[in-house]
Design a protein around this ligand. Structure first.
Ligand code: NAD
Length: 447
């Protein structure tokens, strides 16, 4: 095990730190570099700055193999493969902001024994562009490999160590061979291809998953209008092996650091290349409207939001993470406040980050603390603990009776048995009795 080669990881966020810990688990010494000196100091002190199941234990177990530094020379001095895992957030136009990637490229010194291995999600063509930059900067011998990352926050450690596939895009030289060798112990199917195709695999995969979510959300909206139950519909669809059951959960829209940004990056990339990616425009629009539909449901139940107190259960963009990037809760709380409501929230792990992003929201220490005096409760993030709540106690503490289950994750009967009005997403039998939306139409007669 100890003969495995040392590697460098640049950027110690969700992807970088998980990858570093994963490679350490495989027996590598890992040199981790970040520009954020405070983060590096915390990591050196044994602290793990992000909340990700299993990550703390893995970092602790391999402290001897994980080295943290702000100086990129430490990685260059010890490793030939430098994995890049810096952020590529969206710009205002929706394009990917590649300034952190560019900073890394510029920080490399000429070398014929090093390779950059791109884990960050970048637009198709970035690899070729970096290779051109290397040439212009007199670093033409520096190798480049695209190795997109598919891990999911919330199960990132397990995903890294047991990937569905490993994609390696390269020019067929030693660097690509070395990256393939690094992943070989994981036994995952390998897609070895050219750099542009590897870059596209990542964007296309995320855009497809986002499309699946927007699709089932639209089906859910039609279910509400026509008397069907989207859970039954998704079950029936998902058993078709051409479709599969995953990503067919209707809700209040996708968020997170990847789907929204990668979908718009692909749309922009297509547009910049002269192709209008019509479908992705709709995927994005449906997602935005889906977040706002909750407001309509609350208005329907409460008759207006001015002066109402709304409790949000969960704030992170999904369970098992503290990541608040592009979380549906951000849009929802802003809309509620703009409509005159006050917002109180509870999230088991995302509160610190949420406090920074939601300055006018009250934070409760417990679920029950959040519902005290609330006119309505909205389930935003389906943390399992919300399912276990004592709804009789919830009802006793609330001022109102409305529960909107934005993720179809609660037990409707338990909520209703407590005397509360339960409404889900796409489940016509769980829209409030007698309070059908103004747009509801009678189904077309069977002829
Ligand atoms: P992140 O924001 O959590 O981490 C990025 C890290 O890079 C930060 O610690 C930042 O300080 C550091 N950094 C920025 N510039 C740097 C530089 N010049 N040198 C060294 N460090 C620098 O981001 P993330 O969520 O880990 O995402 C990283 C990339 O991986 C993105 O392109 C993202 O799209 C992609 N990705 C993310 C996920 C995910 O679930 N988060 C999954 C797959 C792919």
């Amino acid at each position: 095990m100890t003969t495995r080669e040392p590697i460098g990881v640049i950027g110690t966020g969700y992807v970088g730190l998980v990858s570093a810990a994963g490679f350490a688990e495989l027996g590598h010494e890992v040199w981790c570099i970040d520009v954020d000196a405070e983060k590096v100091a915390r990591l050196r002190a044994g602290e793990v700055p992000i909340w990700e199941p299993g990550l703390g234990e893995l970092v602790e177990r391999h402290r001897g193999r994980l080295h943290f530094s702000t100086d990129i020379a430490d990685a260059l001095g010890h490793a030939r493969l430098l994995f890049v895992a810096v952020g590529t957030p969206p710009t205002y136009s929706g394009d990917a902001d590649l300034s952190a990637v560019r900073a890394v490229v510029n920080a490399m010194s000429p070398s014929d024994r090093h390779a950059l291995v791109m884990k960050s999600t970048v637009p198709v063509g970035t690899g070729r562009h970096i290779q051109r930059l290397f040439k212009e900067q007199g670093k033409g011998e520096f190798r480049y490999v695209s190795c997109p990352e598919f891990l999911k926050e919330g199960s990132a450690v397990a995903d890294f160590l047991g990937p569905d596939r490993v994609v390696v895009g390269d020019d067929g030289d030693w660097a690509g061979d070395a990256v393939v060798g690094l992943y070989a112990p994981l036994g995952a199917p390998l897609v070895r291809t050219d750099i542009a195709s590897a870059e596209m695999v990542k964007l296309a995969a995320n855009a497809f998953l986002a499309t699946k979510i927007s699709f089932i959300n639209e089906i859910a909206n039609v279910c509400e209008e026509t008397g069907a139950d989207v859970l039954e519909v998704a079950r029936g669809m998902g058993l078709d092996e051409r479709i599969g059951p995953k990503f067919l959960r209707a809700g209040i829209g996708f968020g997170g650091s990847c789907f929204p940004k990668d979908v718009s990056a692909l749309k922009q990339l297509a547009g910049n290349s002269g192709y209008h990616f019509q479908l992705l425009n709709s995927v994005i629009e449906v997602n935005e409207l889906q977040k706002r539909r909750v407001i309509g449901k609350l208005q329907k139940h409460l008759g207006g939001l001015v002066g109402k107190r709304i409790a949000l259960f969960g704030l992170a963009f999904k369970p098992n993470t503290d990541d608040m990037r592009e979380a549906s809760s951000l849009v929802l709380s802003a809309r509620l406040q703009a409509d005159g409501a006050s917002v109180v929230a509870f999230d088991p792990v995302a509160e610190d980050e949420a406090r920074r992003l939601l300055p006018n929201v009250d934070f409760a220490d417990t679920e029950l603390g959040a519902v005290d005096g609330a006119d309505a409760v909205v389930l935003v993030t389906e943390w399992p603990q919300f399912r276990e709540l004592d709804w009789v106690e919830v009802a006793a503490r609330m001022a109102g009776t409305t529960v909107i289950d934005g993720r179809n994750a609660l037990d409707p009967e338990a909520v209703r048995a407590a005397g509360l009005a339960y409404e889900a997403v796409g489940r016509a039998q769980y829209t409030a009795a007698g309070s059908s939306s103004p747009t509801r139409r009678a189904p077309a007669p069977v002829t």
